[in-house]
Design a binder for this molecule. Structure first.
Ligand code: ZN
Ligand code: ZN
Ligand code: ZN
Ligand code: ZN
Length: 124
């Protein structure tokens, strides 16, 4: 008699997805610890995804034109190269980080607002 196994951990990656298991950085492909916020190999943020909306942090997918939650447009013009790119953490064309750092308080944030979301200083 066959016992039905729970397969809740099996996602799109097949055997990947076990908690605590190292997974590849989506930027450089090196294996990074599961709780990494920054890849220790390439120093980029959010090495394991998922991609999130810069406005509301709702998970989004590459190729979406707008966030399914807040409707924010998910394409932006890169400040580094001027190309249209998916609004992820980095430009897909040149790798420029798509955040601005507040000159007032140093808070990093997506280039969405004229003023800092934290302290209200104008962002240059
Ligand atoms: Zn990396
Ligand atoms: Zn959103
Ligand atoms: Zn760019
Ligand atoms: Zn600030």
């Amino acid at each position: 008699m066959r016992v039905k196994r729970r397969e809740s951990f099996k996602g799109a990656g097949g055997t990947l997805g076990m908690p605590g298991y190292k997974r590849p950085c989506r930027h450089c492909g090196e294996l990074v610890p599961p709780d990494s916020n920054v890849c220790p190999f390439c120093s980029r943020v959010n090495p394991r995804g998922p991609l999130r909306c810069p406005g509301c942090r709702n998970p989004v997918k590459k190729g979406w034109k707008s966030c399914s939650n807040c409707g924010l447009g998910l394409e932006t013009t890169c400040p580094g190269c001027g190309e249209q790119t998916f609004f992820g953490d980095y430009c897909e064309e040149c790798g420029e980080r798509l955040t601005v750092t507040c000159p007032g308080c140093g808070e990093e944030q997506p280039p969405l607002e004229e003023n800092c979301v934290d302290c209200g200083e104008p962002l240059e």
